[in-house]
Ligand binder design. Structure first.
Ligand code: FAD
Length: 447
C-alpha cells in the first residue's frame, strides 16, 4: 500500500547518498524493538556508513510541562548511554531545533534520514520542513503501531467495530519479535565528530529513576505478575488493576509490539486468562491504533468540526440549554467545583501526572456539562489534559476527549439537556460502581 516494507513511507523522492545515516527520533524513544533504528542501521551497514540518532526537544514538545520534560529527559539520558554502547552518537537539540537540524544536515550531509511516524499535525508539518530540504532519502517508519497506521486502512474508521476486523485480519503477520540492534561497526571520523559537537545541547537535569526503557520493562513485569490478573476490575479507580504503561508507551520507551508478544505468551501458557489477556489487547492494540487512525485521517481531531455529524447536530441543538454550573478553565484547574469526585480526579492528575482511566471519562463529560459551549469544553479538557497528564499530547488523549465530549467512535444515546444524544455519566452512577469516598479521600487537595 505504501511501498517499501509496509512500515516505511518515503517523505521525499531523493536517493540514498554517500554519507552518515541519521535517525531523527521523535515518538519512539527507545533502542529495543525500534523498527526505525533497525532500518537506519541496516542502510548504514549496507553503505558502510556511521549512524547517529538526533532528537529535537524544543519543537517536538513545545507545550510540555516540567513533569513531562523531566520524565522525557530522564529517559533520553538512559537512551544516550545505551546508544553509546552501540557506538551510535546521540544528539539532543534544545533550541530552535528544526532550524538547527536543517543546519546540521547542511554541515554533515547525510546519506539517508529516518524518522518516526506520528499522526499529529505539528509533527507532520515539522517533518515536511526537514524532508523537503534534504538531498537524500527521508523515510518515515511506523514503530509505534503494531499494524502500521497507513497499512491497516486508507480512511478514517467509524469505530472499534470497523477497525477491529481489519487489524485482526493481519495482526499475526506483524506479531513477530524484532532482532536486537548490533554494535555499529562504523564510527564517525574525528573531523565529523567535531562538526557534530556544536549540535549537542545540555540535558535537562532530572533525577527520576522511573523513566526509560528499563523502568518501562519493570512496569510491564509488575503488571504481568499482578495487575493483569485483576484487569477485569480496571474500571474501579480504587483497584490497581490497569497497567500504568501509558506514559512509557506515549514516549515510546517500550513498544506495543513487545507488550503484546509478552501478553500473548502468558495467554498461551495459561498464566494469563483468555478474558484478561484479550481485554487488555483490545485496549493496547485496537483502541490505541484507532486513536492514531482518527488523528491521521481527521486533521480536525482537536476541534468541534472533527466530531461526527450526528454529534455536532445534537450538541448544536443544545447550545442554549441552561447550565446549572459554569466553570472556566482556571476554575477547573483550581479543583474547586461543587463536585468532590471531579475535584479528586483533577487533583489526582495534577499531583501524580496520571488520572485513572475510568475517571478520565467522567472528568471530561462533566467539563462538557459545566462549560458555556462544547467548543469551550473541548478546549478546556485538552488544555488541562495536555498540561498535567504525563501521557498527554497523545492521539489517545485527543480521541478520549473527543469520545467523551463529541461522540467520536460512540453512538447516539437518550436525549438530555446540554449533552443532547452524547452519552452521559453521573455522580450517582459512579457511586454505584465503586467506593467514591475512598477515591476522594485518597486524592484530597492538601492544605
Ligand atoms: P491500560 O488499561 O493498562 O491499557 C494499556 C494501554 O492501552 C494504555 O497504556 C494505552 O496505550 C492503551 N489504551 C487504554 N485505554 C485506551 C483508550 N480508551 N483509548 C486508546 N488507547 C487506550 N491515553 C493516553 O495515552 N494519553 C492521554 O492523554 C489520554 N487522555 C485521555 C483523556 C480522556 C478524557 C479519556 C476518556 C481517555 C484518555 N486516554 C489517554 C485513554 C486511556 O484512558 C488511557 O490510555 C489509560 O487510562 C492509560 O492507563 P493504562 O496504561 O493503565 O491503561
Amino acid at each position: 500500500m505504501t511501498g517499501f516494507d509496509g512500515f516505511s513511507h518515503p517523505l521525499n523522492d531523493k536517493p540514498i547518498l554517500t554519507g552518515p545515516v541519521f535517525y531523527w527520533m521523535n515518538r519512539d524513544q527507545r533502542v529495543m524493538n525500534n523498527r526505525a533504528l533497525l532500518k537506519a542501521q541496516q542502510i548504514a551497514l549496507s553503505t558502510d556508513q556511521p549512524l547517529c540518532v538526533v532528537f529535537c526537544m524544543s519543537r517536538t514538545f513545545p507545550a510540555a510541562s516540567e513533569r513531562q520534560i523531566a520524565f522525557m529527559s530522564a529517559g533520553l539520558k538512559t537512551l544516550e548511554t545505551s546508544l553509546d554502547k552501540l557506538n551510535i552518537p546521540f544528539l539532543l537539540l534544545n533550541h530552535q531545533s528544526i532550524e538547527r537540524l536543517n543546519e546540521l544536515f547542511k554541515v554533515i550531509k547525510p546519506g539517508a534520514v529516518f524518522t518516526d511516524f506520528s499522526p499529529l499535525t505539528q509533527w507532520v508539518n515539522w517533518r515536511s520542513q526537514v524532508s523537503e530540504k534534504l538531498n537524500c532519502m527521508c523515510l518515515e517508519v511506523d514503530s509505534h503501531n503494531i499494524v502500521p497506521c497507513r497499512e491497516v486502512t486508507g480512511k478514517q474508521e467509524f469505530g472499534a467495530y470497523t477497525i477491529r476486523p481489519k487489524i485482526n485480519k493481519v495482526l499475526n503477520d506483524y506479531l513477530h519479535p524484532l532482532p536486537d540492534m548490533m554494535r555499529h561497526p562504523v564510527s564517525f571520523g574525528e573531523l565529523d565528530l567535531d562538526k557534530l559537537k556544536p549540535y549537542q545541547d545540555e540535558f535537562v537535569q532530572s533525577s527520576l529513576s522511573s523513566s526509560g526503557e528499563k523502568a518501562a520493562e519493570t512496569q510491564l513485569e509488575q503488571f504481568l505478575e499482578y495487575g493483569i490478573h485483576r484487569y477485569d476490575r480496571r474500571n474501579d479507580p480504587n483497584q490497581d488493576a490497569a497497567s500504568g504503561l501509558s506514559p512509557y508507551i506515549h514516549f515510546g520507551q517500550i513498544s506495543a509490539l513487545q507488550i503484546a508478544l509478552e501478553v500473548q505468551q502468558g495467554m498461551r501458557s495459561d498464566e494469563i486468562s483468555e478474558k484478561n489477556g484479550s481485554d487488555f489487547l483490545e485496549q493496547l492494540v485496537i483502541r490505541r491504533e484507532l486513536s492514531d487512525n482518527f488523528c491521521f485521517y481527521n486533521p480536525h481531531y482537536e476541534e468541534f468540526s472533527g466530531f461526527p455529524e450526528w454529534a455536532r447536530k445534537t450538541l448544536d441543538l443544545h447550545r442554549s440549554d441552561r447550565r446549572t454550573w459554569l466553570y472556566s478553565v482556571d476554575h477547573l484547574e483550581g479543583c474547586k467545583t461543587h463536585d468532590a469526585l471531579w475535584n479528586a480526579a483533577q487533583q489526582e492528575m495534577m499531583t501524580t501526572g496520571n488520572m485513572h482511566g475510568y475517571m478520565r471519562m467522567y472528568w471530561a463529560k462533566k467539563i462538557l456539562e459545566w462549560s458555556e459551549s462544547p467548543d469551550q469544553a473541548l478546549k478546556s479538557a485538552i488544555t488541562l489534559n495536555d498540561r498535567y497528564s504525563l501521557d498527554g499530547m497523545d492521539p489517545n488523549g485527543y480521541v478520549g476527549i473527543a469520545w467523551s465530549i463529541g461522540g467520536v467512535h460512540d453512538r447516539a444515546w437518550g436525549e438530555r439537556p446540554v449533552f443532547g444524544k452524547i452519552r452521559y455519566m453521573s455522580f450517582d452512577g459512579c457511586k454505584r460502581k465503586f467506593d467514591i469516598d475512598v477515591y476522594i479521600q485518597k486524592n484530597k487537595q492538601k492544605g
